[in-house]
Design a protein. Structure first.
Length: 79
């Protein structure tokens, strides 16, 4: 459960940063590929941001879904 909570928090942060990058202005935006409104559009640089976001979210899901070392109900070995 803690693993999923951590993945959810990290995913929210990554998503927030990606939204800030896509909606803001930055140095290497590139040309406009798709116009959303008169002042906004999807730039070539945004594709790199979206690809990075997708890789980060998939990595978080993979980490959260990995089985733990110990099964539920089992504790550490007692000596």
């Amino acid at each position: 459960m803690l693993r999923w909570l951590c993945a959810l928090v990290a995913g929210g942060v990554v998503t927030g940063f990606a939204l800030l990058l896509v909606t803001g202005e930055y140095r290497n935006e590139g040309r406009v590929l798709f116009t959303v409104s008169r002042n906004h559009g999807l730039h070539a640089g945004d594709l790199f941001v979206l690809a990075g976001w997708a890789v980060a979210v998939l990595a978080l899901l993979a980490l959260a879904a990995m089985p733990g070392r110990l099964r539920d109900g089992e504790g550490p070995p007692r000596g």
